[in-house]
Design a protein around this ligand. Structure first.
Ligand SMILES: Nc1ncnc2[nH]cnc12
Ligand SMILES: [Zn+2]
Length: 334
């Protein structure tokens, strides 16, 4: 059944998207040709056929491998521009975009190349779609490497709004990164962390207590701990949930089995996001359409989810107000 365009275009913010996860197979081939990077695949179809994942690590292996084609400032700018264009077509008015500098610096690309390229695209997209950058530390690299990365980013602090924590989760608890998150907060940066995607509820608790994060990325396993759920509800801590991602990485057998309805029934501040849309079968509007069609989330709830995305964003109050009005107007249209 084709999805209603009206649903996928509800005005919203996207708060959980990895820019490297928007690298479409076609762009992998284009950039490989431009930069003369050899690929292990003969065609776009052959590459796409590899996108069958069993868990987070099976995805990360190919996600990091594909990044080898990103070399120059122009590559990063093209990548972010392509994302912002697609996102705008699906109702995104504001995006807070993750990037993984260590995945680039460890293969010899300077952090300035990454940040300057991404920022150029962000500047060009405004004001129709505003965007901010969130620098993520790879949790399967050391805390020292994270601290070095933060230091290397210091000349670019005006180009980033916050820091996050991502990559392989199980075995890499948030508490290992307390110091670097404390330092980031001192520098005036906002903080978020992936927790409870594959890892236990304890990781969500650590992200809150040790890292002091403003939002939890994913957080779906929090449901296993009633006391934690109570806290998330009382403190209204935003969860950036990524339904299609959770299914593609094996968290649920299909979308109909997703626990999103339970998260909503518990009164949690849930937002809907795409995570790595080039790999998981859809951008954020597609996630909205999919939860409506396959998980029977009613239209009124979709507007609440869009509203949550604005409230959970790091946007100034005045722009939040205007976007909330826009959602109300959109919902009122016949
Ligand atoms: N879903 C995900 N979880 C953790 N790290 C990631 N990096 C890119 N996508 C990710
Ligand atoms: Zn993610």
């Amino acid at each position: 059944m084709p999805s209603e365009p009206g649903i996928s275009r509800i005005p919203k913010a996207e708060l959980h998207v990895h820019i490297e996860g928007t690298l479409e197979p076609e762009m992998v081939f284009d950039l490989a040709a431009r930069n003369q990077v050899p690929l292990a695949y003969d065609s776009v179809d052959e590459l796409r056929a590899r996108y069958r994942f069993t868990d987070l690590q099976s995805f990360l292996d190919i996600y990091y491998a594909n990044m080898a084609v990103l070399r120059t400032e122009r590559d990063f700018a093209d990548l972010a521009s392509a994302y912002l264009t697609r996102a705008a077509a699906q109702g995104v008015r504001h995006a807070e975009i993750f990037f993984d500098p260590q995945a680039h610096t460890r293969r010899g690309v300077p952090i300035a190349t990454v940040i300057n390229g991404l920022s150029a695209a962000v500047r060009d997209a405004a004001p129709e779609t505003s965007a901010e950058l969130i620098l993520c530390f790879l949790r399967d690299e050391s805390a020292e490497s994270a601290m070095e990365t933060l230091r290397a980013a210091e000349p670019h602090l005006d180009q980033i709004i916050g820091v996050g924590l991502d990559s392989a989760e199980v075995g890499y608890p948030p508490a290992g990164f307390t110091e670097v998150f404390r330092q980031a907060a001192k520098l005036g940066l906002r903080t978020v962390a992936h927790a409870g995607e594959e890892g236990p509820p304890e990781y969500v608790r650590q992200a809150l207590d040790e890292l002091g994060v403003h939002r939890i990325d994913h957080g779906i396993r929090a449901l296993e701990d009633a006391e934690l759920v109570r806290r998330l509800r009382i403190e209204q801590i935003p969860l950036t949930v990524c339904p299609l991602s959770n299914v593609r990485l094996g968290g649920f057998p299909d979308l109909a089995a997703h626990t999103l309805p339970r998260l909503l029934d518990e009164g949690l501040l849930v937002t809907i996001n795409s995570d790595d849309p080039a790999y998981f079968g859809g951008y954020v509007g597609d996630n909205f359409a999919a939860i409506h069609e396959q998980l029977a989330i009613p239209e009124a709830r979709l507007y609440e989810l869009a509203t949550n995305s604005i409230r959970a964003s790091f946007l100034p109050h005045e722009r939040q107000r205007r976007l909330l009005d826009e959602i109300t107007e959109y919902a009122a249209k016949p």
